[in-house]
Design a protein around this ligand. Sequence first.
Ligand SMILES: [Mg+2]
Length: 240
Amino acid sequence: MKRYEVVLLDADQTLLDFRRSEADALQAAFEQNGLPADGEFLAAYHRINDGLWARDNRGEIAQREITDTRFVRLFSAFGIDLDGRAFNDVYLDHLSRFAYTMPGAIEFCRTLREMGVRQYVATNGIARVQKSRYKRSGLDAYMQGIFVSEEVGAGKPDKLFFDRVLHEAGDPPRKKVLMVGDSRAADIAGGVRAGIDTCWIDPDGTAENGAETYRVRSLAQLRTIFLTEAGYGTDITANP
Ligand SMILES: [Mg+2]
């Protein structure tokens, strides 16, 4: 592995355990309104939300349509007389409160900081939610900043997102930038379009090879690669 000056890191399911935060936030928001937080109701929410995010990743809809309509569609399907748009704000308030790091995330970021590699979060999502979770996670102690699609005005995999992020990050040579993430559609496809190297986190390790430069099963594995193959020396440890 070559030396990188800048590493861009996806947030959800890369640095932060979104699935756990989402489960906690949905449970809190549903129970607050006397709604079931399990079974067919919860499954229907995930179907609607996943479908909308997939369309967003393909560039078919704007992110705003996801947040404006997911609970409206859910409540309509179950004949529930609640304002879905207002409910989305309640849900996002809860989501902002729950931040869990993925295994190995803190150690990875600490090691890169010790190596002098500049790190930024590069995430699609809602700025107030992602920034709140980033701060609560403690990751902000190791990183230079966070870029959220809502504020950037473009999202992964759009090349414009990477152009704007890298400009803000001081225009490092593209050959010296690595994008790390769990989504081939957003993180890897976007990095390829931007002309930077990519690392796909594939926990299962079962998919066919794709366009990514590197492929690991976890941040812990990527940390080991940085320590042993990057020419940084092995005297750098996870301990401050
Ligand atoms: Mg992700």
